[in-house]
Design a binder for this molecule. Structure first.
Ligand SMILES: Cc1cc2nc3c(=O)[nH]c(=O)nc-3n(C[C@H](O)[C@H](O)[C@H](O)COP(=O)(O)OP(=O)(O)OC[C@H]3O[C@@H](n4cnc5c(N)ncnc54)[C@H](O)[C@@H]3O)c2cc1C
Length: 464
């Protein structure tokens, strides 16, 4: 079979972009598709952790990355009735970068894109929405999987409504399709159950690449390995029939920003009380604030109105009384519906999932970006040799999962513990300020936890 690329990556988030960079650097022919035209999009976190900075350093890119505007967080303090308590001091970490680099994610991804575009072996295709998986099977059959295995044949369901590989590009609207595409702002073709080869991925199929849509039409790209790095709502996960085993974190997060005055401290701060929990992060001339609310509680907060919301902020953080009025519209807030979970198997023949596509992370500890990047490093470490030698096997894909699954389980277990021990209690409290559980102040935990969050459960280094 003729392939267009050795590796096809779907999704230009931290996982996909770092993997493209690493494979490109190793000379592996790689194509990466990102459905958006640029990286400016909803807020999705700005925390570049020390382990990611160490990777940038190993690639000789750290100094240039740090020339971009950023802020540094060295410590996390918790405000309590008895005064601030230090919860984490990153300066004690054994790393050249003992701080969290706060940089808008769009700038970080732009930076990676700039590096990727210099590499002759990588093609970064922006504005390319992957809609289906190309497959063939041992019987000589082939097709395009554009529907989740258990999705209904016609009409309803995300898979059916938004799929439609190969069908009637630019066709006229019909009552049973096409649905407007959220990114390109024009109709997506309807699912075509009448078209041979379209439908769900057969059990014994091997994934052979992707079917994607750009402004100029529908295209196929054939590759021996497709990497799904398409995030928490992964389409590839659905098409492959992988089920996300999710836990139900008790919270959602409302993100917003308030001005930061130059003389204010750099440290990140946490506040707990009055049924809420707030994490305040230094973003240079702004504070990035995570306002934790009970799961599904947004409607009630929204219905109570902005003045009530502003008041609840100042009750917990009186220091913002002088600037909370800058919040004049709900559009200045971003709601993160918190989910967490992972799939049992991250791969099948011809396909591997990494990052949020394989494991959706709770925001506790702000590790989602970090863990996605570490998946990419491990994938590059494991797969570069087999790519070069032209003998990629299923066990190579299994090796990536094996190396990443245990750290993911451990960190998700830790996040569950924090959610149950601290977040649930905080959301249920009606007192003004809560103390952290005494266990959190044990010196061993005070060092161990920041280390696990900042550097990973165990360090992941680039092999070559
Ligand atoms: C509101 C919010 C705040 C967060 N805050 C933090 C934080 O402070 N720190 C932290 O570490 N993590 C944070 N996270 C989590 C973090 O964003 C993710 O864990 C991380 O981005 C995962 O990286 P990824 O590359 O796996 O997926 P993503 O970053 O989600 O990237 C997936 C990419 O795939 C693209 N894509 C999707 N479908 C297709 C398709 N069919 N075809 C082509 N492209 C496609 C998407 O456009 C996207 O660019 C936050 C998340 C949210 C939603």
């Amino acid at each position: 079979m003729r392939f267009d690329s050795h590796c096809c990556i779907v999704g230009g988030g931290p996982a996909g972009m770092v993997l493209a960079l690493l494979l490109g650097r190793a000379g592996i022919q790689t194509t990466i598709f990102e459905e958006h035209e640029d990286f400016e999009r909803d807020f999705r976190g700005d925390t570049v952790h020390p382990s990611t900075m160490e990777l940038m350093d190993a690639l000789g890119l750290a100094d240039r990355l740090l020339e971009l505007p950023h802020a540094k967080i060295h410590r996390l303090m918790l405000d309590t009735p008895g005064g601030p308590i230090e919860m984490a001091d990153l300066e004690r970490l054994p790393t050249k970068f003992p701080y969290v680099t706060m940089m808008p994610q769009a700038r970080f991804l732009d930076f990676l894109a700039g590096e990727i575009r210099k590499m002759p072996s990588v093609r970064l295709v922006m504005g390319a929405a992957v809609q289906g998986l190309l497959w063939d099977d041992p019987w000589g059959l082939s097709g395009i999987a554009d529907r989740a295995p258990d999705a209904p044949q016609q009409g309803a369901g995300a898979g059916a409504a938004q799929a439609g590989a190969g069908a009637q590009a630019g066709g006229a609207a019909r009552p049973d399709g096409p649905t407007p595409h959220p990114t390109l702002g024009r109709p997506a073709p309807a699912h075509r159950p009448d078209q041979p080869g379209h439908g769900p991925l057969p059990d014994d199929a091997i994934v052979r690449g992707v079917h994607y849509r750009t402004r100029d039409g529908q295209h196929d790209l054939r590759a021996p390995l497709t990497i799904g790095a398409d995030g928490r709502f992964s389409r590839l996960r659905r098409l492959a029939g992988f089920e996300l085993e999710s836990s139900a974190p008790p919270m959602d997060v409302l993100w917003f920003r308030l001005p930061r005055h130059p003389h204010e401290p750099d440290d990140a701060r946490g506040k707990i009380g009055k049924g809420h929990l707030m994490v305040i992060l230094n973003r240079g001339d702004e504070w990035q604030i995570a306002y934790v609310i009970a799961k599904g509680g947004y409607k009630e907060i929204h219905d109570a109105g902005l003045p009530a919301f502003r008041q609840s902020i100042t009750e917990l953080a009186p220091e913002f009384t002088d600037r909370v009025d800058t919040l004049t519209d709900w559009h200045q807030t971003a709601l993160l519906s918190v989910e967490a979970g992972r799939i049992r198997r991250w791969f099948r023949p011809g396909l591997l999932l990494i990052g949020d596509a394989a494991h959706v992370m709770s925001p506790v500890g702000g590790v989602g970006i970090n863990y996605a990047v570490q998946d990419a490093i491990v994938a590059a470490n494991v797969l570069t040799g087999p790519f070069r030698e032209g003998r990629l096997r299923l066990r190579d894909l299994a090796a990536v999962q094996r190396q990443r699954e245990i750290p993911t389980r451990i960190i998700q277990g830790f996040q569950r513990l924090v959610q149950n021990q601290i977040v649930t209690r905080a959301l249920a409290s009606d007192g003004m300020m809560m103390q952290p559980p005494p266990v959190m102040r044990l010196p061993i935990l005070r060092d161990l936890v920041p280390r696990m969050l900042a550097l990973g459960v165990w360090p992941v280094h680039l092999k070559s």
